[in-house]
Design a protein around this ligand. Structure first.
Ligand SMILES: [Zn+2]
Length: 426
């Protein structure tokens, strides 16, 4: 048994937003056995959670685990360990692997491997098109049968309207299934490596215009109106996209959206010395875009914070900015960033747990801290000050290296088992 004593326990049931109350939480086996003032004689682990937030484990609906195919960057075991260290109890693995996750047998293999590692729940997003080539829809129904709910060609945008329309019509017929689009018009982003603006002009680096994202989302919203398919907008980076999402939600369309921690923390002025650990797609945009993203998270226009954890080795990143692979890791630093950005800590659990669990249809995640529920729990210390320097992830391409952060998971419990503890980890 594990006793988490005296933490501020998140309760989402008292209001739509959720609040906190100081309570003990007792875990027996894989379930929550008691919540409140708990007195027990025999407990194997007692965790002092005073001053900490206790809530449902975080869920990352946008993780690149790199397995199969790119396991020198990360694999299911190292990615799961990094997730647990970040307070996550579930991740949704993106399908841009080698081979891509576009068939049932690959989905089953990744899920089987994730369960074998057993540190976090590993769920899988399936490719929308065969080989992620954007041409022929994948076996949507077959992937759905083996548990896939999120369909995406992430890393690439599905641009062909006819292909996307046919995929969305099929997804609309499957309860809980959602199209998750990497919105980026390839024709507008040829030779671009950073946000197109005054910084890219000054540095003489090819620009990636915000319109490349905004125009794809605008077009896709017409397909949502036509098909009724649920649509999730990945890694929103531009203020104009936020505006489209705001209007689409007001219109009642089945739209959700995510933002990454790095788009909440940084803007394109961080690229002054062209550090490749700040290179990702979509790129860091202007300070105004960043401000709008923060507001949109806090007013609920953006539902989810998702890491887009994208590991690359130092030798891959140590090259010219234009040639470096895109992407940064994020699992271990995400909660600290969100904690520092939200107006209310309840928003952290909404955006990092409840909302992504709901969108990804993960029934044992994002659940209330209540008797009988599966024990997927994070204990988060909002006071802990630290500066990331080394990582559990196999890769270390983090823009937060050497960047002081406040807030850190103290304990992660997955299926009733302690899978991460900051006190043993340091
Ligand atoms: Zn993407």
């Amino acid at each position: 048994m594990i006793l988490i004593r005296g933490g501020s326990v998140f309760s989402a049931s008292t209001s739509s937003k959720g609040g906190f109350e100081v309570k003990d939480v007792l875990i027996d086996g894989d379930r929550i056995a008691a919540v409140g003032r708990v007195h027990v004689d025999e407990v194997s682990d007692v965790v002092d959670a005073s001053g900490c937030l206790v809530g449902p484990g975080f869920v990352d609906m946008h993780t690149h685990l790199r397995e199969p195919g790119h396991t020198w960057k990360e694999d299911i075991a190292s990615g799961s360990a990094a997730a647990a260290a970040g307070g996550f109890t579930a991740v949704v693995a993106m399908p841009n692997t080698d081979p891509p996750i576009d068939e049932a047998n690959i989905v089953e293999e990744v899920i089987r491997r994730g369960a074998e590692v057993g540190l976090v729940e590993v769920s899988v997003a399936g490719a929308m098109t065969q080989g992620r080539a954007g041409v022929v829809p994948s076996d949507i129904e077959g992937l759905y049968e083996c548990g896939v709910r999120i369909f995406t060609d992430d890393g690439d945008c599905v641009e062909d309207v006819d292909v996307l329309l046919s995929v969305m019509m099929r997804i609309a017929a499957l309860p809980g299934a959602v199209v998750s689009q990497h919105a980026e018009d390839a024709a507008m982003t040829v030779d671009g490596h950073m946000h197109e603006g005054s910084m890219s002009a000054r540095l003489d680096v090819g620009g990636l215009p915000a319109e490349a994202e905004i125009e794809v989302v605008g077009r896709d919203l017409d397909l949502v109106r036509e098909t009724g398919a649920s649509y999730h907008c990945q890694h929103v980076s531009a203020a104009g996209t936020v505006e489209l999402i705001r209007h689409a939600k007001a219109e009642g369309l089945p739209i959700t959206a995510e933002v990454t921690p790095h788009h909440l923390s940084f803007d394109d002025t961080s690229l002054a010395d062209l550090d490749t650990d700040f290179k990702m797609y979509p790129p860091l945009r202007s300070g105004d875009d960043r401000r709008v993203l923060r507001e949109a998270l806090n007013d609920g226009t953006i539902d989810v914070v998702a890491t887009d954890h994208a590991p690359h080795l130092p030798e891959e990143k140590s090259t010219l900015f234009g040639e470096a692979p895109r992407g940064v890791i994020g699992l271990e630093t995400a909660a600290a960033v969100v904690s520092g950005v939200v107006d209310d800590p309840a928003r952290m659990f909404q955006s990092l747990s409840l909302n992504p669990a709901s969108i990804a249809s993960l029934k044992d995640q994002g659940r209330p801290i209540a008797v009988g529920e599966r024990a997927n729990i994070v204990v988060f210390d909002p006071r802990h000050e630290w500066t990331p320097d080394r990582f559990v992830s196999r890769s270390s391409n983090s823009p937060y290296k050497g960047h002081p952060l406040k807030g850190r998971p103290l304990l992660t419990v997955h299926n009733g088992r302690i899978v991460y503890s900051l006190v043993g980890a340091a």
